[in-house]
Design a protein around this ligand. Structure first.
Ligand SMILES: NC(=O)c1ccc[n+]([C@@H]2O[C@H](COP(=O)([O-])OP(=O)(O)OC[C@H]3O[C@@H](n4cnc5c(N)ncnc54)[C@H](OP(=O)(O)O)[C@@H]3O)[C@@H](O)[C@H]2O)c1
Length: 307
């Protein structure tokens, strides 16, 4: 048996592993009565996650850049769902989304911060911030601020990070370069945004200690989705070749976020980083409590300054 085949066939302590799908990790679960918020349901992993959670009976509140695109996806599931517009790079849209979610009157049993963009080839800024940091981290941070009061007592918050967090600058976050103006690299900026996801989950978990709530982050695997839309042709080709041996399907890629959101085995796990549905170890500075606290405080300051 090849090494890759061995890795793909292996399960960890959770009973699941590389090859498990979102349907596998939720098999037999009745999620009727649960409400789960998923960001970025219009494509890739978010779409599959929302589909499977809805199939198991959850009421899925799904976000898209527009309510129409989110609705189109959610309606294709044929279950009762709620579509919400949330353009993560627009603070006003994020605040409006939080208000709409609160307005449903539903307590959130799980929240999956899934949406994201990757490796923009050239520096793009909005509101003075580098766009991946703004979209992937700040958008979700602000959404969290807006829905904190509607979390169920035992809510689980799941933040989709990436193994690409290892490409972040030394120390994790360049607090003096959140605009990208003092140096920009496509993968470094994506890495920084993804280590921010990790640190955000870590600090949220610390704040949840002693409550019934949990927060964890994860790497979903490597999966061909629309996420690669900004990659240049050479990168796309390399990715395509690599995918023959190392890529997961979208169904497998959605497994870890679904596992963390609803599987009983993850109910009491707080502040961990997951890969292949099992606890894994991120880069050391991705668990640094001081950096996590600082990122939280800086994010609060940034959010407060947005119009
Ligand atoms: N695929 C992988 O190999 C891989 C590996 C590691 C981590 N991840 C992470 O997994 C998550 C899901 O990625 P994916 O592979 O499923 O990518 P995808 O197919 O491109 O889906 C990304 C989702 O995020 C939404 N989105 C993007 N920018 C947004 C914005 N400004 N405001 C609101 N929503 C926005 C997209 O909406 P539109 O459809 O409107 O663009 C889409 O619904 C991301 O956080 C990504 O970093 C993926």
């Amino acid at each position: 048996m090849s090494l890759m085949a061995m890795i793909k066939g292996r399960s960890g302590p959770s009973g699941f592993g590389y090859a498990s799908t979102a349907e596998d990790v939720t098999a037999g679960l009745d999620l009727a009565g649960k409400t789960i918020l998923v960001t970025g349901v219009t494509s890739g992993l978010g779409r599959e996650t929302a589909r499977v959670l809805a199939k198991r009976g959850a009421h899925v509140i799904g976000t898209g850049r527009s309510a129409d695109t989110a609705r189109e996806t959610l309606e294709s599931f044929g279950t009762h769902t709620t579509a919400v517009a949330c353009e993560l790079s627009e603070p006003a849209s994020v605040r409006q989304a939080a208000a709409e979610i609160g307005g449903t009157g539903r307590a959130l049993d799980a929240v999956i911060f899934n949406a994201g963009i990757m490796a923009l080839p050239k520096l793009q800024q909005k509101h003075g911030y580098e766009l991946q940091f703004l979209t992937n981290h700040m958008g979700h941070f602000m959404l969290m601020q807006g829905i904190m009061d509607v979390l169920a007592p035992d809510a689980r918050v799941v933040v989709v990070s990436s193994t690409a967090h290892t490409g972040a600058p030394r120390g994790g976050i360049q607090f003096d370069n959140l605009s990208g103006e003092r140096g920009y690299g496509a993968w470094r900026a994506y890495g920084q945004a993804k280590i921010a996801n990790l640190l955000f989950a870590k600090e949220l978990a610390r704040r949840f200690e002693g409550t019934g709530r949990t927060a964890n982050s994860l790497h979903p695997g490597v999966i061909i989705t629309n996420l690669g839309r900004h990659m240049n042709p050479v990168m796309k080709f390399g990715f395509g070749v690599a995918s023959v041996v190392m890529c997961k399907t979208v169904e497998q890629g959605a497994a870890t976020e679904c596992y963390l959101a609803v599987h009983p085995g993850a109910a009491r796990i707080n502040g961990e980083y997951f890969d292949d549905c099992n606890i894994s170890r991120p880069r050391a500075d991705g668990t640094d409590a001081d950096t996590a606290r600082r990122l939280w405080e800086v994010s609060e300051e940034i959010a407060a300054r947005f119009p």
